[in-house]
Write a protein that binds this ligand. Structure first.
Ligand SMILES: *Cc1c(COP(=O)(O)O)cnc(C)c1O
Length: 375
């Protein structure tokens, strides 16, 4: 009898979870106790590596690991670092920006939102104007790569504006950290969040916050949650090298291996080069097939790309998705604004040859479904 569970996993061209290397998965074949020296040393190494990946020193910044998916760490920052009478300005140009608004509003935090079209980057001048108009704003929050469309936001320029206004700056760099060169000090970032299973290519299970010590230290007493209390989490980690609650030991073992593989690839620059090549092969191939990208090339990052549905009435996303999935390639739906689009991610353990194979599968799928794109 055929098992429904194949040993060959499909390749994940998605915003996550993402394809990981075999060696990253193999690193999990251990059981570590949370108070074990080996685990405490592992945690120390991983936290130091994260601060270094942010281009900063451990003197001014600290890395806080937090159980859960990326959103849990976003919620940890919002719930822990905004004072009771604080107000967060959130720049929104996609679903992940809207999620920040939802998190803040659910926490009862006062918010101001600044909205932009989903195929356009956030405009730093508009952020400056909003800050000038409302002096009660204490924090500014923005996504780096808006994974909804793949558009890149100018977080360094926004950082200048935020610093000039003397506000705290929180960046959701979930889908870019580790593959897009960034220096937190130069970008004036106080808090940055990313997760284990995006560009660093670990397995899902935890995310992390890079926090400016001086900012975090002033947040005592502000936490609106026990399990997501950022300051308590970091104090626990720094006091005895331990998590307050059960740590994701296997996912952290995998993460250390993933960081080693990141270094072997040439660090953030090297990883960025592979993803940029993946993206280049993808967009050239899709253009040849007649697909139109949703974001203009100048505003588009190499993380994930949205394509308009083709005009042909034979196109049905579910059928298109199913055919590609049967061929071993998983893509992602993605309605952006009022445009019907689908998304193809180019991050995770994927190489230009995988993208070429995906393009062959797309070509076969168009034939199989009798879809003709008039370019
Ligand atoms: C993936 C992602 C998230 C978080 O996702 P989780 O499903 O909670 O891991 C948040 N913001 C952005 C920009 C992302 O790409």
């Amino acid at each position: 009898m055929m098992s429904t569970e194949s040993t060959f996993d499909k390749l994940l061209f998605t915003p996550g979870p993402l394809t990981t290397s075999k060696t990253v998965k193999q690193a999990m074949l251990r059981d570590l106790g949370s108070r074990d020296e080996v685990f405490i040393e592992l945690l120390r190494e991983v936290r130091n590596e994260l601060v270094a990946l942010g281009g900063v020193s451990g003197e001014n910044f600290t890395a806080v690991l937090m159980q859960g998916s990326g959103t849990f760490s976003l919620e940890a920052v919002l719930s822990s670092t905004v004072p009771p009478d604080g107000k967060v300005l959130i720049a929104v140009n996609g679903a992940y920006g809207r999620r920040l608004v939802l998190l803040a509003e659910t926490l009862g935090i006062e918010t101001a939102t600044l909205e932009f079209p989903e195929n356009m980057p956030v405009d730093p001048a508009a952020v400056a104007q909003a800050l000038a108009d409302d002096p009660t704003i204490t924090h500014v929050s923005i996504c780096h790569c808006e994974t909804t469309s793949g558009v890149m936001n100018p977080i360094e320029m926004v950082g200048e504006v935020v610093q000039d206004a003397g506000k705290r700056y929180f960046v959701d760099a979930m889908s870019s950290f580790g593959a897009v060169p960034l220096n937190l000090e130069e970008a004036k970032i106080d808090y940055l969040v990313s997760s284990a299973n995006k560009c660093i290519e670990g397995v899902p299970g935890f995310a992390f916050v890079l926090a400016r010590r001086e900012a975090l230290e002033e947040t005592a007493g502000w936490a609106r949650s026990v399990s997501l209390d950022l300051l308590s989490q970091v104090r626990g980690l720094e006091k005895n090298g331990q998590f307050r609650f059960t740590p994701p030991t296997h996912a952290i073992l995998a993460f250390r291996q993933a960081i080693r593989e990141l270094h072997e690839e040439g660090g953030v620059e090297g990883r960025g080069r592979r993803y940029a090549e993946n993206h280049c092969v993808l967009t050239e191939g899709m253009a040849k097939l007649g697909f139109r990208p949703y974001v203009a090339p100048n505003d588009q990052g190499y993380i994930i790309t949205s394509f308009h549905y083709p005009d042909d009435p034979n196109f049905d996303f579910e059928a298109f998705y199913g055919q590609l999935s049967d061929r071993g390639f998983v893509i992602y739906p993605g309605k952006v604004g009022d445009a019907d689009c689908f998304r193809i991610g180019t991050i995770g353990r994927l190489f230009p040859n995988d993208v070429r194979n995906l393009l062959i599968a797309v070509t076969e799928t168009l034939e199989a479904l009798d879809i003709n794109i008039s370019a």
